[in-house]
Design a protein around this ligand. Structure first.
Ligand code: FE2
Length: 394
């Protein structure tokens, strides 16, 4: 099957993977023939991509790091906690000090996060991710409407953190702590009401100030739970800190050494928070939360690598590059360049990724450089091609 952007769907296209909402209810089953109404409905729900089945790409099977069952279970677990927090009477006050005081004195969120069951969910994700060691993180996920997107962000960030954490040989219990922090990092946004749905560039200065404090609220909510570990509270608190001190809320810094236990210094950003920060910004870029537009995986990686969207630990960024599929299986690409000038301008669908060198996957070429259809399509492995450059076509 093939991944197709919502704008290029045609009536008659056949859905390759079932669509669910954030509660795990089936919206459309795989095999469903799309029509104008369903396409419009999907668009109105904020769905950006779907998997489409066709003759050409019938043998392409995108692999997933975690099963739909585990994904829905995790999304529901985090969703229930977010909803419980949202149902508490909103915190009054329009400045950070008042809000913080109000949260702390009120004991409003006492044991609202069921830590044991949150840990169980993270353990299940951990087991699946570790058992799929050769699969990379695919960023072409369909995001649900409304609040569902927040829960999916929590789950995807957790999966990505676990993948990246493996690079630093974290133990299972360390990965679990990092995972729990990733699941709950934005819980403090929930108490900000409507503000949390605004994009950073739509906010005024006061709102931006308030939003910058959400990691503090997340950590306070966690602290009200008897069972939340100190390290989880710390990591949640620091998930927007940046290496050079330009992050928030505390403007902490870090050395830039690999985020391992022996390199951890007092007063520096926690090593897990350095991992979470990068996973978080990556997911925000590819889902259009950070910017006015949705970044392709490759654009997001490049923006992070070049320091355009903040200052991050380079070892963590390398772990990100090793973990995410820049050109996910099933996505359509155009060949922009290569040393031998072969197939320039040709279009095709990624058939098999190349974890060693992501620009050199196997591609089913479907169209030539003048957009003429290739009959039959041609499966080409570009693993030995030099200086390959690809461009995602949505
Ligand atoms: Fe956040």
């Amino acid at each position: 099957m093939q991944i197709q952007g919502i704008d290029s769907l045609q009536p008659g296209d056949i859905l390759g993977k079932s669509l669910f909402n954030s509660r795990g209810d089936l919206l459309l089953a795989s095999g469903y023939e799309l029509d104008d109404d369903t396409i419009a409905l999907m668009r109105s729900r904020g769905i950006m991509y779907v998997h489409v089945m066709n003759e050409l790409t019938k043998d392409i099977q995108p692999q997933e790091l975690i099963s739909d069952t585990v994904r829905h279970m995790a999304s529901k677990e985090v969703g229930d906690v977010f909803k419980a927090v949202a149902a508490v009477e909103p915190v009054k006050g329009d400045n950070v000090g008042d809000i913080k005081q109000e949260i702390e004195k009120g004991n409003k969120y006492k044991n609202m996060v069921k830590m044991p069951s949150m840990r169980r969910v993270v353990s299940t994700i951990l087991e699946e991710v570790l058992s799929n060691a050769s699969v990379m993180f695919s960023s072409m996920r369909m995001r649900a409407e409304d609040d569902g997107a927040d829960y999916e962000h929590a789950v995807d960030t957790t999966v990505l953190c676990i993948m990246m954490g493996r690079s630093f040989h974290y133990s299972q219990s360390e990965l679990r702590q990092l995972g729990v922090a990733a699941m709950l990092h934005d819980i403090g946004k929930v108490i900000l009401g409507d503000l949390r749905n605004k994009k950073p560039y739509e906010m005024n200065a006061d709102e931006r100030m308030l939003l910058r404090e959400h990691p503090i609220y997340s950590s306070v909510i966690l602290r009200e739970n008897d069972d939340a570990a100190f390290v989880e509270q710390t990591v949640v608190m620091q998930h927007h800190e940046q290496l050079d001190g330009n992050g928030f809320p505390r403007e902490l810094k870090a050395s830039g050494l690999p985020p391992t236990k022996s390199n951890q210094r007092e007063g520096e950003i926690h090593r897990f928070a350095q991992v979470l920060a990068v996973a978080n910004i990556y997911d925000n870029l590819v889902t259009g939360v950070m910017d006015e537009r949705v970044y392709t995986p490759e654009e997001a990686v490049t923006a992070i690598l070049t320091g355009r969207v903040g200052s991050w630990n380079s070892h963590v960024v390398k772990a990100l590059v090793r973990s995410v599929q820049c050109y996910p299986v099933g996505i359509q690409v155009r060949i922009k360049n290569n040393r031998a000038k072969k197939f320039i301008g040709y279009r095709g669908v990624i058939a098999k990724e190349n974890p060693e060198l992501q620009t050199n996957p196997a591609i089913i070429l479907t169209h030539n450089g003048s957009d003429g259809e290739l009959k039959p399509p041609k499966l080409m492995d570009f693993k030995d091609e030099e200086a390959m450059e690809l461009e995602i076509v949505m």
